[in-house]
Design a protein around this ligand. Structure first.
Ligand code: PMP
Length: 446
């Protein structure tokens, strides 16, 4: 069994800083066995709840909500200024250089597709990436080159270096923190390797940015992509931050109003970035929310955040690894830094059943599936689905213990309720809120 980094943190309590307060922290959810329980949200890596500070900023902004870059009214002026202020705050949060551009997009997937449309040469990436950092490069055909991740971080870095040395590439694109194992590759080493061989480096920061501070200028990272909904700002915006030149030279990501300098019926002169890639009405609420999250997180003590999360991760790993038939997934052998994401399997029970059981009988929210990382799950679990628990600002020792006790009970006695062939509780007496009419069972990204 590979070992990941274990912290010596002893604090397992919830973060009490007012800026870490989350909307819905005390949400109660129904159980199939009757009654309700406080929701233990251990699915933060998929989508995080809104910070209260974010919801407050959005409420403060909404009375002014109006068109951006388009209106003469006072509310339009406020909206335009709020949008551009948000761009600046987001850039400052990630240490953007003075001449970098902050492109407001929908999410990380959008950001990496935009970068793929602009990269002027070959792209090197690992074979175990999230689909968002795999499929946009696959779309480049033989300009994309996948390096097979090796059994240790050091060997993997050496393999990346060998590939870049073998044939030059324009870009090295890597996931900052794995959404499956939580593992983090050493960014500074990757930057050095890429730059030594004349390549730029792009980091898929979807999972990394909510957990670790990233400073583009200090680290030398050229591009960073991340999503608001994973950074406690679920209002539909994400960003691509980085070097301006490739994006200025690229064809506009979307053709339409707002991205142009001038238009005749048969010819368009496109605007430079960021407008060039932001055609259509911008998501100003999303941008304002994302900037508010960046500001709140920047004001939180970084070391406290890390201790909090490392302590909870160790507690979770320790409890799960003590159970017979429970296996946690890791990619690299040895001490590897990681964010609060733990993926596991339970012998004799499908991942679907384990996740549904935790929700139905314990009010614990986790995710099951292959986490939009099919090649990685093929490697770690023969392509079968697994269960992921993920931690964040609002996570507590109680959340972790409820999950661990739930799994211990499952291993010892099996579920108390009955489940259908797909692992769903049957019957399922839990009511949905009155205004929700469809059950919405789906398998997106399984
Ligand atoms: N990269 C990683 C590592 C992720 O975990 C995710 C989301 N699961 C993405 C990219 C894509 O993020 P989004 O769905 O917000 O585009």
């Amino acid at each position: 069994m590979p070992t990941t980094h274990r912290s010596t943190a002893t604090t397992h309590t919830a973060l009490t800083h007012p800026l870490a307060a989350l909307v819905g922290a005390d949400q109660h959810v129904p159980l199939v066995t009757g009654g309700t329980v406080r929701y233990a949200n251990l699915d933060i890596a998929a989508s995080a709840p809104a910070l209260q500070a974010v919801a407050d900023r959005v409420a403060e902004f909404l009375p002014y909500y109006s068109s951006v870059h388009r209106g003469a009214g006072y509310a339009s002026a406020v909206s335009t200024a709020a949008y551009e202020t948000a761009r600046r705050s987001i850039g400052a949060f990630v240490g953007a250089r003075a001449d970098d551009v902050v492109q407001v997009v929908r999410h990380t997937t959008d950001a990496l597709n935009l970068l793929a449309s602009a990269v002027p040469g070959d792209v090197v990436h690992l074979d175990v990436e999230h689909h968002a950092n795999l499929l946009p490069w696959q779309g480049l055909g033989d300009r994309a080159r996948a390096v097979t991740a090796r059994e240790t971080v050091a060997l993997t870095l050496a393999a990346v270096e060998a590939e870049l040395a073998r044939t030059p590439a324009a870009l090295l694109a890597v996931t900052g923190a794995s959404n499956v194992t939580g593992e983090i590759l050493p960014l500074a080493d990757l930057v050095e390797i890429a730059h030594r061989h004349g390549a730029r480096i792009a980091i898929d920061g979807a999972q990394l940015v909510p957990h670790h501070r990233v400073h583009l200028e200090r680290l030398g990272v050229d591009y960073l992509a991340f999503s608001g909904h994973k950074l406690y700002a679920p209002y539909g915006a994400g960003v691509l931050v980085g070097r301006r030149d490739w994006l200025d030279a690229a064809p506009p990501y979307l053709a339409g109003g707002g991205a142009v300098r001038s238009v005749t019926v048969d010819h368009t002169t496109w605007a430079p970035v960021p407008a060039r890639h932001e055609a259509g009405t911008p998501n100003v609420v999303g941008a304002v929310a994302l900037a508010a999250a960046c500001e709140a997180i920047a004001a939180l003590p970084d070391s406290e955040l890390r201790l909090h999360e490392e302590g909870l991760r160790d507690r979770l790993l320790g409890a799960l690894e003590a159970l017979d038939g429970v296996r946690t997934l890791q990619l690299w052998r040895g001490e590897v830094e990681a964010i609060g994401v733990v993926t596991f399997t339970v012998d004799g029970h499908s991942a679907e059943l384990v996740a549904q059981y935790l929700s139905a009988e314990h009010g614990v929210g986790v995710r099951d599936g292959r986490f939009c990382a099919h090649p990685l799950l093929a490697r770690l679990n023969d392509g079968r689905t697994a269960v992921r628990a993920s931690l964040g600002l609002g996570s507590t020792a109680d959340d972790v213990d409820r999950l661990a006790c739930g799994i211990a009970e499952l291993v010892a006695h099996g579920p108390a309720w009955t489940y259908d062939g797909e692992g769903r509780p049957s019957p399922d007496p839990r009511p949905l809120p009155a205004w929700v009419t469809e059950t919405g069972a789906g398998t997106a990204c399984a």
